[in-house]
Ligand binder design. Structure first.
Ligand code: SF4
Length: 302
């Protein structure tokens, strides 16, 4: 695996509970990374000699602000470029947002990725978001804007906000979106869903690591546990064709999961992720280590 990025899911907890969240983030979600585990995984990532960036995300990483800042500083010290994701709940004014972002500016090698869309608020540009962008610009921090398409929205997403281009992504029907947003989705026949639309599962360039050590190639599909064996070993020995779920997805997308495990299914699905996620829910008991943890499957909330 030619790994370029390691995404730390610092926590599953979030101040918000968005309908499209594929990690089921919420104020009651459990799971927070410990800093000693972060340090171990950072040094393991360094050993690989292929990783050039670290992403600090969640949930909402600013809920565990000192640990998010420490992670960012350690990563920069090790020579990684850092991305820090947030929904900007903390940016109550430009002046206060500057205070929150000073430690980010001081690293000199961190990009802020800020979310704003109709899942996070009633408008595409909520006030906290604008405050955060203005504060970041004052401090010379580079900013990327992340928005997700909202089904059947009558108000179009702006192409730029505060002079920065908006990166508009497709809505992916996995996680909470499969229980909240299906009614609004256009559907297609399940037989068309013969490939994974978003991830290069045969040769992933990034993985996510969560508070329980799971190393995910897509959220909820684990290839090993970095708290039980060295992260570098998990990456170096990755074999998509020996993994019970990934081998099928690589061969023929979500349709292969249905066929090879003889799973019951509907006729119409919102996208490949929707069929993939439904199949994984049916296979969770059979493959508890590969399809983990329960947070990714909304257990406790469904
Ligand atoms: S099809 Fe499955 S593996 Fe691919 S991006 Fe969607 S949920 Fe992830």
């Amino acid at each position: 695996m030619d790994l370029k990025g390691v995404h730390f899911l610092l926590t599953y907890r979030c101040d918000s509970e968005c309908d499209h969240c594929f990690v089921w983030g919420s104020p009651s979600a459990t799971g927070v990374m410990k800093f000693k585990d972060i340090l171990t995984i950072l040094s393991e990532a360094k050993k690989l000699n292929t990783v050039d960036y670290i992403s600090v995300e969640g949930g909402e990483p600013f809920l565990f602000y000192p640990i998010a800042m420490k992670t960012m500083r350690e990563a920069v010290k090790l020579g990684f470029r850092v991305e820090l994701l947030s929904n900007c709940y903390w940016a109550t004014s430009v002046e206060d947002a500057v205070e929150w972002l000073l430690p980010v500016a001081e690293t000199g090698n961190t990009e802020l990725s800020l979310s704003t869309d109709l899942f996070h608020a009633d408008s595409w540009e909520m006030e906290e978001f604008r405050n955060a962008v203005k504060a970041a610009k004052k401090l010379g921090i580079s900013v990327a804007i992340l928005s997700v398409k909202y089904p059947r929205s009558k108000v179009p997403c702006p192409s730029e906000i505060e002079g920065t281009e908006v990166g508009l992504s497709e809505l992916m029907y996995r996680g909470r979106a499969t229980s909240k947003l299906l009614e609004k989705a256009d559907k297609k026949s399940w037989t068309e869903l013969t490939e994974c639309p978003y991830e290069d599962l045969a040769n992933p360039e990034r993985v996510h690591v969560d508070p329980y050590g799971h190393v995910h190639v897509c959220q909820g599909i684990s290839i090993g546990n970095a708290l039980q064996q060295p992260f570098s070993k998990i990456i170096k020995t990755y074999d998509p064709f020996s993994h019970p779920i990934i081998s099928r997805l690589v061969k023929g997308g979500p349709v292969s999961l249905v066929k090879e495990f003889d799973l019951s299914h509907g006729m119409l699905y919102a996208d490949g992720c929707h069929l993939c996620y439904d199949c994984r829910l049916l296979l969770r008991n059979q493959f508890p280590n590969a399809l983990a943890p329960e947070q990714m499957y909304g257990e406790g909330e469904r």
